[in-house]
Design a protein around this ligand. Structure first.
Ligand code: NAD
Ligand code: MG
Length: 406
């Protein structure tokens, strides 16, 4: 595997290659052909996009979650005489995640759909680059325990967590307290509706919600940013990644997204990571860690910044954040239930079947009636909680759709 003196090429599998994180990952990799080699690519059903990537990178494997799309890709690969092995469905994703050619797996599928493949890569002891935050929210205990058993290296891609990772001491055998960490401060942009009157939110459209002021991202995470559920998911993600109690984590709204997060120590020192709002920075950091490589991101000119603002989050205006913080404290399967309800509600909002304010309503109603002390350490228990929550959330969403106007 990679190390500072190891010149072997690092084989990288990119799960979710056609998405926003996937494209940024391939952009960084293409800048360093002698250092990284794309050995596997996957996508849901965007066959044209994946086909272009297959031509460009000629990976050992290419997987499409959708079987019809996989058949289409297979035909194109054969006609062109490429050696790429085409795989289909969830098994194909798992094969890629465990492939011997892959030293590193970029987990960049969106949502719970990435859980099984992420877990497979962790179980196989890979270097796993975690963009896909939902598996940690659903099954953080299981993912972290599996990593400890397999020796997998988990490196955070989420910009806040990557920043915290960079600001913490590398070895923390005595935990955060032993390292003198007083607080982890997660910054939040506040999304596109930070300054909008709450009474105006009933009529917002999917395109308005997805128009993030600082980051260009997939539609699901963009809506999560608009509700600030994204920050709630990130608090739970941080608890697992850094073995932190929820009380140790504080959310700070920072509309400019230049300071990506901070760590405050007991002696009063505060360490921060700053940079442009460009995911190629955390991706390059994790791909090459502990080395550094060019990410293609221009240098940050501090003198060109208009100013950096910080303010506390308003959980009255953003109920999803309040709900998520309560779920973080509840533990157990609360994360899985909340994540499932959020995925159902966001999908319906994007399909214009649910109003924006009802997203938080669906999540709260689903969490309110779920038994959240279930078995959060077994995959079966988590998947059962996920399934049950999706059913209940769909019922709540139907009911709330009737009372909402768009
Ligand atoms: P995206 O929607 O742009 O891309 C998602 C990718 O996953 C695509 O390649 C798609 O084909 C694939 N996919 C979708 N559904 C699938 C399914 N059912 N089975 C298999 N593959 C499927 O999403 P994104 O913005 O790149 O985000 C990916 C993950 O990274 C999310 O979990 C998100 O929260 C996280 N993340 C993204 C950003 C960002 O800047 N985009 C930042 C931090 C974290
Ligand atoms: Mg983030």
């Amino acid at each position: 595997m990679t190390g500072t003196n190891d010149t072997a090429v690092n084989g990288v599998a990119v799960l979710g290659a056609t998405g926003s994180i996937g494209l940024s990952t391939l952009d960084v990799i293409a800048r360093h052909p002698g250092r990284f080699r794309v050995v596997a690519l996957s996508a849901h059903r965007q066959v044209d996009a994946l086909w272009e990537q297959v031509i460009a990178f000629e990976p050992v494997y290419a997987a499409m979650a959708d079987p019809d799309a996989a058949a289409d890709l297979e035909r194109r690969v054969r006609e062109r005489g490429l050696a790429t092995r085409v795989l289909a469905g969830p098994d194909g994703l798992e094969t890629i995640a465990r492939a011997p050619e892959a030293d590193t797996v970029m987990a960049a599928i969106v949502g719970a759909a990435g859980l099984i493949s992420t877990l497979a890569a962790v179980r196989e002891g890979k270097r796993v680059l975690l963009a896909n935050k939902e598996p940690l929210v659903m099954a953080g205990g299981l993912v972290m325990r599996t990593a400890a058993e397999s020796g997998a290296t988990l490196l955070p891609i989420d910009s806040e967590h990557n920043a915290v990772f960079q600001c913490l001491p590398p070895a923390r055998a005595a935990g955060l307290d032993g390292a003198g960490v007083e607080r982890i401060l997660l910054t939040a942009s506040g999304g596109p509706f930070l300054r909008r009157g709450p009474e105006t939110l009933a009529s917002v459209t999917p395109d308005e919600a997805c128009a993030h002021p600082n980051w260009a991202m997939g539609r699901k995470i963009s809506v999560d940013s608009a509700t600030m559920m994204n920050k709630g998911l990130e608090v739970i993600e941080a608890c697992w990644l850094f073995d932190a109690a929820p009380e140790k984590i504080e959310v700070v709204v920072h509309p400019q997204s230049i300071v990506h997060s901070l760590v405050r120590y007991v002696d009063g020192s505060v360490l921060a990571e700053l940079g442009h709002a460009d995911m190629r920075t955390p991706i390059a950091h994790a791909l090459s860690w502990p080395d550094r490589v060019d990410a293609g991101v221009p240098p940050l000119d501090l003198t060109a910044l208009a100013g950096l603002e910080f303010e506390p989050p308003d959980t009255g205006r953003f109920p999803a954040l309040r709900i998520a913080l309560a779920a973080a404290r509840a533990g157990g399967t609360a994360g899985a239930v909340m994540n499932a309800a959020n995925e159902v509600a966001v999908e319906r909002f994007l399909d214009r079947r649910l109003g924006f304010p009802a997203i938080a309503g669906v999540i709260e109603a689903t969490l309110g009636e779920a038994a959240v002390d279930g078995d959060a350490d077994s995959l079966e228990g988590i998947l059962a909680a996920d399934r049950a929550a999706r059913e209940r959330a769909a019922i709540h969403a139907e009911r709330m759709a009737e009372t909402c106007t768009q």
